[in-house]
Ligand binder design. Sequence first.
Ligand code: B12
Ligand code: SF4
Ligand code: SF4
Length: 343
Amino acid sequence: MARPRLCGRNEVPRGSPASRSAKRHAGNPERHYNTARPLSINSALPGEDSTRRGWISRYAWGDDYHDVLRERLDALVESLRERFTGPFEARAYVDTGPVQERVLAKYAGLGWLGKNTLLLNQMLGSFFFLGVILTTLDLEPTLGADQLPPPDLCGSCRRCLDACPTQAFVEPYVMDARKCISYLTIELRGAIPEEFREPMGNHVFGCDICQDVCPWNRRAPIVTIPQFQPRVFPQPEENLASTSLPPQDESLYLPGLEWLLGLSEADFRELFRGSPVKRTKWRGLIRNACIALGNSRLRPGTAAHDRISDLLERLAALQDQVLAESARWALSRIQSARNGRDG
Ligand code: B12
Ligand code: SF4
Ligand code: SF4
Protein backbone atom coordinates (compact mmCIF):
# COMPACT_ATOMS: atom_id res chain seq x y z
CA MET A 1 0.00 0.00 0.00
CA ALA A 2 1.25 3.48 -0.82
CA ARG A 3 2.35 5.39 2.26
CA PRO A 4 0.06 8.25 3.33
CA ARG A 5 1.46 11.60 2.27
CA LEU A 6 0.71 15.15 3.24
CA CYS A 7 0.47 17.12 0.04
CA GLY A 8 1.78 20.69 0.23
CA ARG A 9 -0.25 23.04 -1.98
CA ASN A 10 2.40 22.94 -4.69
CA GLU A 11 3.62 19.39 -4.12
CA VAL A 12 2.63 17.69 -7.37
CA PRO A 13 4.65 16.17 -10.19
CA ARG A 14 6.40 18.92 -12.10
CA GLY A 15 5.10 19.68 -15.59
CA SER A 16 1.97 17.54 -15.07
CA PRO A 17 -1.57 18.86 -15.61
CA ALA A 18 -1.98 18.63 -11.83
CA SER A 19 1.12 20.77 -11.46
CA ARG A 20 -0.38 23.38 -13.79
CA SER A 21 -3.61 23.28 -11.79
CA ALA A 22 -1.71 23.65 -8.53
CA LYS A 23 0.11 26.66 -9.92
CA ARG A 24 -3.21 28.21 -10.88
CA HIS A 25 -4.35 27.71 -7.31
CA ALA A 26 -1.10 29.15 -5.95
CA GLY A 27 -1.77 32.41 -7.82
CA ASN A 28 -5.41 32.34 -6.85
CA PRO A 29 -6.33 35.13 -4.45
CA GLU A 30 -9.10 33.13 -2.77
CA ARG A 31 -6.86 31.75 -0.04
CA HIS A 32 -5.63 35.24 0.94
CA TYR A 33 -7.91 37.33 3.07
CA ASN A 34 -6.27 40.76 3.08
CA THR A 35 -8.69 43.50 2.01
CA ALA A 36 -8.12 47.18 1.19
CA ARG A 37 -9.37 48.23 4.66
CA PRO A 38 -6.87 49.87 7.04
CA LEU A 39 -4.81 47.71 9.40
CA SER A 40 -5.84 47.40 13.05
CA ILE A 41 -2.91 49.64 13.97
CA ASN A 42 -4.19 52.43 11.65
CA SER A 43 -7.92 52.07 12.03
CA ALA A 44 -8.90 54.60 14.71
CA LEU A 45 -11.89 56.68 13.67
CA PRO A 46 -11.84 60.38 14.48
CA GLY A 47 -13.71 61.48 17.60
CA GLU A 48 -15.10 59.70 20.58
CA ASP A 49 -16.89 57.12 18.44
CA SER A 50 -13.61 55.28 17.81
CA THR A 51 -13.38 54.34 21.48
CA ARG A 52 -16.71 52.54 21.22
CA ARG A 53 -15.74 50.30 18.30
CA GLY A 54 -14.31 46.83 18.54
CA TRP A 55 -11.72 45.01 16.43
CA ILE A 56 -12.54 41.72 14.78
CA SER A 57 -9.59 39.99 13.17
CA ARG A 58 -9.37 40.52 9.41
CA TYR A 59 -9.74 36.82 8.66
CA ALA A 60 -13.15 36.76 10.34
CA TRP A 61 -14.87 39.67 8.58
CA GLY A 62 -16.50 37.53 5.92
CA ASP A 63 -17.52 33.92 5.42
CA ASP A 64 -15.93 31.01 7.23
CA TYR A 65 -12.58 30.25 5.61
CA HIS A 66 -12.98 26.55 6.41
CA ASP A 67 -15.84 26.43 3.87
CA VAL A 68 -14.44 28.90 1.32
CA LEU A 69 -11.08 27.13 1.09
CA ARG A 70 -12.46 23.63 1.37
CA GLU A 71 -14.26 24.15 -1.97
CA ARG A 72 -10.96 25.12 -3.61
CA LEU A 73 -9.12 22.17 -2.08
CA ASP A 74 -11.84 19.78 -3.26
CA ALA A 75 -11.39 21.19 -6.78
CA LEU A 76 -7.66 20.53 -6.48
CA VAL A 77 -8.35 16.92 -5.42
CA GLU A 78 -10.63 16.58 -8.46
CA SER A 79 -7.81 17.78 -10.71
CA LEU A 80 -5.54 15.15 -9.10
CA ARG A 81 -8.18 12.51 -9.92
CA GLU A 82 -8.13 13.62 -13.56
CA ARG A 83 -4.35 13.32 -13.63
CA PHE A 84 -3.96 10.04 -11.72
CA THR A 85 -6.26 7.32 -12.98
CA GLY A 86 -5.43 4.65 -10.36
CA PRO A 87 -7.32 4.55 -7.04
CA PHE A 88 -6.02 6.74 -4.22
CA GLU A 89 -7.35 8.26 -1.06
CA ALA A 90 -7.37 11.98 -0.38
CA ARG A 91 -8.77 14.10 2.42
CA ALA A 92 -8.81 17.88 2.25
CA TYR A 93 -9.30 20.34 5.09
CA VAL A 94 -8.24 23.70 6.49
CA ASP A 95 -7.20 24.28 10.09
CA THR A 96 -9.03 21.22 11.41
CA GLY A 97 -6.62 18.29 11.70
CA PRO A 98 -3.87 17.61 14.24
CA VAL A 99 -0.89 18.33 12.00
CA GLN A 100 1.75 21.06 12.27
CA GLU A 101 0.57 22.92 9.19
CA ARG A 102 3.14 25.72 9.29
CA VAL A 103 6.08 23.34 9.71
CA LEU A 104 4.87 21.15 6.84
CA ALA A 105 4.28 24.24 4.69
CA LYS A 106 7.80 25.41 5.40
CA TYR A 107 9.25 22.08 4.25
CA ALA A 108 6.95 22.16 1.21
CA GLY A 109 8.89 25.31 0.26
CA LEU A 110 6.07 27.81 0.86
CA GLY A 111 7.96 30.19 3.16
CA TRP A 112 9.70 30.61 6.48
CA LEU A 113 8.43 30.62 10.08
CA GLY A 114 8.71 34.21 11.27
CA LYS A 115 9.50 35.47 14.74
CA ASN A 116 5.73 35.89 15.19
CA THR A 117 5.51 32.08 14.65
CA LEU A 118 3.47 32.45 11.44
CA LEU A 119 4.42 31.23 7.98
CA LEU A 120 5.64 34.13 5.88
CA ASN A 121 6.05 34.18 2.14
CA GLN A 122 8.21 36.76 0.41
CA MET A 123 5.46 37.63 -2.13
CA LEU A 124 2.33 37.05 -0.05
CA GLY A 125 3.29 38.19 3.47
CA SER A 126 1.28 36.18 6.04
CA PHE A 127 -2.39 37.08 5.46
CA PHE A 128 -3.23 33.67 4.04
CA PHE A 129 -4.58 30.35 5.27
CA LEU A 130 -2.91 26.98 4.94
CA GLY A 131 -4.83 24.15 3.31
CA VAL A 132 -3.99 20.48 3.69
CA ILE A 133 -4.57 17.47 1.44
CA LEU A 134 -3.70 14.16 3.05
CA THR A 135 -3.28 11.58 0.32
CA THR A 136 -1.97 8.09 -0.35
CA LEU A 137 -0.60 9.32 -3.71
CA ASP A 138 3.17 8.99 -3.88
CA LEU A 139 3.97 12.49 -5.13
CA GLU A 140 7.33 13.98 -5.85
CA PRO A 141 8.18 16.53 -3.13
CA THR A 142 8.42 20.15 -4.24
CA LEU A 143 11.84 20.49 -2.65
CA GLY A 144 14.43 17.99 -3.77
CA ALA A 145 16.49 16.11 -1.15
CA ASP A 146 19.33 18.58 -1.67
CA GLN A 147 17.14 21.72 -1.47
CA LEU A 148 16.53 23.78 1.65
CA PRO A 149 13.25 25.56 2.51
CA PRO A 150 13.19 29.33 1.81
CA PRO A 151 15.56 31.26 4.12
CA ASP A 152 14.40 33.15 7.23
CA LEU A 153 14.04 36.78 6.11
CA CYS A 154 13.19 38.28 9.53
CA GLY A 155 16.78 39.46 9.93
CA SER A 156 17.24 41.84 12.85
CA CYS A 157 13.59 42.99 12.79
CA ARG A 158 11.60 42.49 16.01
CA ARG A 159 8.53 44.63 15.33
CA CYS A 160 6.05 41.84 16.07
CA LEU A 161 7.75 40.97 19.37
CA ASP A 162 7.73 44.60 20.54
CA ALA A 163 4.17 45.36 19.34
CA CYS A 164 2.37 42.44 21.01
CA PRO A 165 0.14 44.09 23.66
CA THR A 166 0.12 41.05 25.97
CA GLN A 167 3.80 40.15 25.50
CA ALA A 168 2.84 36.71 24.29
CA PHE A 169 6.25 36.00 22.75
CA VAL A 170 8.51 34.32 25.27
CA GLU A 171 11.36 34.78 22.84
CA PRO A 172 11.60 35.18 19.05
CA TYR A 173 9.75 32.28 17.30
CA VAL A 174 8.18 31.04 20.58
CA MET A 175 4.74 32.05 21.79
CA ASP A 176 2.93 31.42 25.05
CA ALA A 177 -0.48 30.84 23.48
CA ARG A 178 -2.23 31.45 26.83
CA LYS A 179 -1.27 35.13 26.54
CA CYS A 180 -2.32 35.64 22.92
CA ILE A 181 -5.43 37.80 22.43
CA SER A 182 -6.50 35.41 19.72
CA TYR A 183 -6.63 32.58 22.28
CA LEU A 184 -8.18 34.78 24.98
CA THR A 185 -11.00 36.11 22.79
CA ILE A 186 -11.76 32.97 20.74
CA GLU A 187 -10.74 29.80 22.56
CA LEU A 188 -10.88 30.62 26.28
CA ARG A 189 -14.30 29.76 27.72
CA GLY A 190 -13.91 31.24 31.23
CA ALA A 191 -13.16 34.75 32.44
CA ILE A 192 -10.37 36.76 30.80
CA PRO A 193 -7.54 36.89 33.37
CA GLU A 194 -7.36 40.38 34.93
CA GLU A 195 -3.78 41.05 33.78
CA PHE A 196 -4.75 40.78 30.07
CA ARG A 197 -7.93 42.86 30.18
CA GLU A 198 -6.44 46.30 29.72
CA PRO A 199 -3.84 45.13 27.14
CA MET A 200 -6.70 43.57 25.13
CA GLY A 201 -7.84 47.11 24.20
CA ASN A 202 -10.79 46.98 21.81
CA HIS A 203 -10.20 43.43 20.53
CA VAL A 204 -13.39 41.39 20.53
CA PHE A 205 -12.38 38.50 18.23
CA GLY A 206 -8.79 37.57 17.33
CA CYS A 207 -5.87 39.95 16.88
CA ASP A 208 -3.84 41.08 13.86
CA ILE A 209 -1.17 43.25 15.47
CA CYS A 210 1.87 40.98 15.01
CA GLN A 211 0.94 40.69 11.32
CA ASP A 212 -0.06 44.33 10.82
CA VAL A 213 3.35 45.59 11.93
CA CYS A 214 5.25 43.08 9.79
CA PRO A 215 7.09 44.73 6.87
CA TRP A 216 6.41 41.66 4.71
CA ASN A 217 2.68 42.44 4.84
CA ARG A 218 3.09 45.98 3.47
CA ARG A 219 2.57 44.73 -0.06
CA ALA A 220 0.39 41.72 0.77
CA PRO A 221 -2.05 41.08 -2.09
CA ILE A 222 -5.55 42.49 -1.70
CA VAL A 223 -8.43 40.07 -2.10
CA THR A 224 -11.59 41.21 -3.88
CA ILE A 225 -13.85 38.15 -3.59
CA PRO A 226 -17.09 38.97 -1.76
CA GLN A 227 -16.70 36.06 0.70
CA PHE A 228 -13.85 37.81 2.54
CA GLN A 229 -15.26 41.36 2.55
CA PRO A 230 -16.67 42.58 5.88
CA ARG A 231 -20.26 41.47 6.46
CA VAL A 232 -22.66 44.41 6.64
CA PHE A 233 -25.99 44.17 8.43
CA PRO A 234 -28.48 46.71 7.13
CA GLN A 235 -31.48 47.12 9.38
CA PRO A 236 -34.62 47.19 7.20
CA GLU A 237 -37.25 49.42 8.74
CA GLU A 238 -39.93 46.75 8.80
CA ASN A 239 -37.72 44.59 11.05
CA LEU A 240 -37.09 47.26 13.62
CA ALA A 241 -40.25 46.58 15.60
CA SER A 242 -39.37 42.89 16.03
CA THR A 243 -35.65 43.04 16.81
CA SER A 244 -33.40 44.36 19.52
CA LEU A 245 -30.85 45.66 16.96
CA PRO A 246 -30.20 49.42 16.63
CA PRO A 247 -31.58 51.24 13.57
CA GLN A 248 -28.33 51.68 11.66
CA ASP A 249 -26.13 49.53 9.43
CA GLU A 250 -23.46 47.62 11.27
CA SER A 251 -20.37 45.92 9.91
CA LEU A 252 -17.84 43.41 11.17
CA TYR A 253 -15.17 45.98 10.28
CA LEU A 254 -14.96 48.06 13.48
CA PRO A 255 -18.36 46.96 14.83
CA GLY A 256 -20.07 49.18 17.38
CA LEU A 257 -19.47 47.75 20.87
CA GLU A 258 -22.91 48.89 22.00
CA TRP A 259 -24.45 46.97 19.08
CA LEU A 260 -22.50 43.82 19.99
CA LEU A 261 -23.40 44.10 23.66
CA GLY A 262 -27.11 44.37 22.80
CA LEU A 263 -27.21 41.22 20.64
CA SER A 264 -29.44 38.45 21.94
CA GLU A 265 -28.40 34.81 21.54
CA ALA A 266 -30.94 34.51 18.71
CA ASP A 267 -29.50 37.60 16.95
CA PHE A 268 -26.00 36.12 17.33
CA ARG A 269 -27.04 32.77 15.81
CA GLU A 270 -28.63 34.49 12.85
CA LEU A 271 -25.97 37.13 12.14
CA PHE A 272 -22.95 34.85 12.54
CA ARG A 273 -24.25 31.83 10.65
CA GLY A 274 -21.39 30.71 8.36
CA SER A 275 -18.97 33.19 10.00
CA PRO A 276 -15.75 32.29 11.88
CA VAL A 277 -17.00 34.48 14.76
CA LYS A 278 -19.51 31.82 15.79
CA ARG A 279 -16.59 29.86 17.30
CA THR A 280 -16.45 32.10 20.36
CA LYS A 281 -20.21 31.68 20.85
CA TRP A 282 -22.58 34.42 22.03
CA ARG A 283 -21.23 34.24 25.56
CA GLY A 284 -17.62 34.74 24.43
CA LEU A 285 -18.47 37.70 22.21
CA ILE A 286 -20.50 39.45 24.92
CA ARG A 287 -17.72 38.82 27.47
CA ASN A 288 -15.19 40.32 25.05
CA ALA A 289 -17.42 43.32 24.29
CA CYS A 290 -17.67 43.98 28.05
CA ILE A 291 -13.87 44.01 28.36
CA ALA A 292 -13.51 46.27 25.29
CA LEU A 293 -16.09 48.69 26.71
CA GLY A 294 -14.25 48.67 30.02
CA ASN A 295 -11.24 49.86 28.02
CA SER A 296 -13.23 52.53 26.14
CA ARG A 297 -13.00 56.13 27.16
CA LEU A 298 -16.72 56.46 27.59
CA ARG A 299 -17.42 59.69 29.38
CA PRO A 300 -19.93 59.72 32.25
CA GLY A 301 -22.85 62.08 31.71
CA THR A 302 -23.21 61.32 27.99
CA ALA A 303 -26.23 59.59 26.41
CA ALA A 304 -24.00 56.74 25.19
CA HIS A 305 -22.66 56.26 28.72
CA ASP A 306 -26.20 55.97 30.09
CA ARG A 307 -27.36 53.49 27.42
CA ILE A 308 -24.25 51.31 27.74
CA SER A 309 -24.39 51.37 31.55
CA ASP A 310 -27.99 50.08 31.34
CA LEU A 311 -26.92 47.23 29.08
CA LEU A 312 -23.99 46.36 31.36
CA GLU A 313 -26.17 46.45 34.47
CA ARG A 314 -28.56 43.97 32.87
CA LEU A 315 -25.64 41.64 32.12
CA ALA A 316 -24.23 42.13 35.63
CA ALA A 317 -27.49 40.73 37.02
CA LEU A 318 -27.22 37.46 35.05
CA GLN A 319 -26.70 34.07 36.73
CA ASP A 320 -23.75 33.46 34.38
CA GLN A 321 -20.77 34.37 36.55
CA VAL A 322 -18.36 35.03 33.69
CA LEU A 323 -20.70 37.48 31.97
CA ALA A 324 -21.85 39.09 35.22
CA GLU A 325 -18.30 39.64 36.45
CA SER A 326 -17.07 40.94 33.07
CA ALA A 327 -19.97 43.43 33.00
CA ARG A 328 -19.22 44.56 36.57
CA TRP A 329 -15.59 45.10 35.63
CA ALA A 330 -16.62 47.22 32.65
CA LEU A 331 -19.04 49.23 34.78
CA SER A 332 -16.39 49.93 37.39
CA ARG A 333 -14.02 51.15 34.66
CA ILE A 334 -16.44 53.44 32.84
CA GLN A 335 -17.87 54.79 36.08
CA SER A 336 -14.53 55.93 37.41
CA ALA A 337 -14.37 59.38 35.81
CA ARG A 338 -12.63 59.08 32.39
CA ASN A 339 -10.68 56.04 33.67
CA GLY A 340 -7.84 58.42 34.43
CA ARG A 341 -6.72 57.83 30.84
CA ASP A 342 -8.58 60.47 28.94
CA GLY A 343 -5.93 63.14 29.11
C1 B12 B 1 -3.34 26.35 18.06
C2 B12 B 1 -3.35 27.42 16.99
C3 B12 B 1 -3.38 28.75 17.43
C4 B12 B 1 -3.17 29.14 18.88
C5 B12 B 1 -1.65 29.04 19.17
C6 B12 B 1 -0.80 29.69 18.06
C7 B12 B 1 0.63 29.17 17.97
N1 B12 B 1 1.49 30.05 17.46
O1 B12 B 1 0.91 28.01 18.27
C8 B12 B 1 -3.76 30.57 18.91
C9 B12 B 1 -5.22 30.52 19.30
C10 B12 B 1 -3.05 31.56 19.83
C11 B12 B 1 -3.66 30.95 17.42
C12 B12 B 1 -3.62 32.27 16.98
C13 B12 B 1 -3.56 32.62 15.64
N2 B12 B 1 -3.65 31.79 14.57
CO1 B12 B 1 -3.63 29.86 14.72
N3 B12 B 1 -3.47 27.99 14.66
C14 B12 B 1 -3.34 27.10 15.61
C15 B12 B 1 -3.23 25.70 14.99
C16 B12 B 1 -4.60 25.03 15.09
C17 B12 B 1 -2.15 24.82 15.61
C18 B12 B 1 -0.79 25.52 15.84
C19 B12 B 1 0.17 24.61 16.60
O2 B12 B 1 0.45 23.53 16.15
N4 B12 B 1 0.59 25.03 17.75
C20 B12 B 1 1.37 24.13 18.57
C21 B12 B 1 2.68 24.76 19.01
C22 B12 B 1 3.50 23.67 19.72
O3 B12 B 1 3.42 25.22 17.86
P1 B12 B 1 4.52 26.42 18.02
O4 B12 B 1 4.94 26.52 19.43
O5 B12 B 1 4.02 27.69 17.43
O6 B12 B 1 5.73 26.04 17.07
C23 B12 B 1 6.55 24.92 17.28
C24 B12 B 1 6.72 24.17 15.99
O7 B12 B 1 6.78 25.11 14.92
C25 B12 B 1 8.03 23.43 16.28
N5 B12 B 1 8.88 23.30 15.10
C26 B12 B 1 9.63 24.23 14.48
N6 B12 B 1 10.28 23.68 13.47
C27 B12 B 1 9.96 22.37 13.45
C28 B12 B 1 10.35 21.36 12.59
C29 B12 B 1 9.79 20.06 12.79
C30 B12 B 1 10.19 18.99 11.85
C31 B12 B 1 8.87 19.82 13.85
C32 B12 B 1 8.26 18.48 14.06
C33 B12 B 1 8.51 20.87 14.70
C34 B12 B 1 9.07 22.11 14.48
O8 B12 B 1 8.74 24.16 17.27
C35 B12 B 1 8.01 25.31 17.58
C36 B12 B 1 8.29 25.72 19.00
O9 B12 B 1 7.90 24.71 19.92
C37 B12 B 1 -2.84 26.06 13.50
C38 B12 B 1 -3.35 25.06 12.47
C39 B12 B 1 -2.48 23.80 12.45
N7 B12 B 1 -3.09 22.65 12.61
O10 B12 B 1 -1.28 23.90 12.33
C40 B12 B 1 -3.45 27.46 13.31
C41 B12 B 1 -2.68 28.46 12.46
C42 B12 B 1 -1.23 28.44 12.86
N8 B12 B 1 -3.25 29.74 12.87
C43 B12 B 1 -3.35 30.61 11.94
C44 B12 B 1 -3.76 31.95 12.14
C45 B12 B 1 -4.14 32.75 10.89
C46 B12 B 1 -3.81 32.51 13.43
C47 B12 B 1 -4.03 34.00 13.80
C48 B12 B 1 -3.38 34.98 12.84
C49 B12 B 1 -5.55 34.27 13.90
C50 B12 B 1 -5.91 35.68 14.37
N9 B12 B 1 -5.77 36.68 13.53
O11 B12 B 1 -6.31 35.87 15.49
C51 B12 B 1 -3.41 34.05 15.21
C52 B12 B 1 -1.90 34.39 15.10
C53 B12 B 1 -1.16 34.38 16.38
C54 B12 B 1 0.30 34.02 16.13
N10 B12 B 1 1.18 35.02 16.11
O12 B12 B 1 0.61 32.85 15.96
C55 B12 B 1 -2.91 30.05 10.59
C56 B12 B 1 -1.53 30.62 10.25
C57 B12 B 1 -1.31 30.93 8.76
C58 B12 B 1 0.12 31.39 8.56
N11 B12 B 1 0.33 32.29 7.62
O13 B12 B 1 1.03 30.97 9.24
C59 B12 B 1 -2.90 28.48 10.89
C60 B12 B 1 -1.85 27.68 10.16
C61 B12 B 1 -4.31 27.98 10.49
C62 B12 B 1 -4.49 27.83 8.98
N12 B12 B 1 -4.66 26.61 8.48
O14 B12 B 1 -4.47 28.77 8.21
N13 B12 B 1 -3.57 29.84 16.64
S1 SF4 C 1 -2.03 37.88 17.66
FE1 SF4 C 1 -1.88 39.74 18.95
S2 SF4 C 1 -1.77 38.99 21.07
FE2 SF4 C 1 -1.37 37.23 19.70
S3 SF4 C 1 0.86 37.16 19.55
FE3 SF4 C 1 0.14 38.42 17.83
S4 SF4 C 1 0.18 40.55 18.62
FE4 SF4 C 1 0.32 39.18 20.39
S1 SF4 D 1 7.60 41.70 12.10
FE1 SF4 D 1 9.76 41.42 11.61
S2 SF4 D 1 10.44 39.81 13.05
FE2 SF4 D 1 8.21 39.76 13.04
S3 SF4 D 1 7.68 38.19 11.53
FE3 SF4 D 1 7.69 40.18 10.44
S4 SF4 D 1 9.80 40.37 9.61
FE4 SF4 D 1 9.83 38.75 11.17
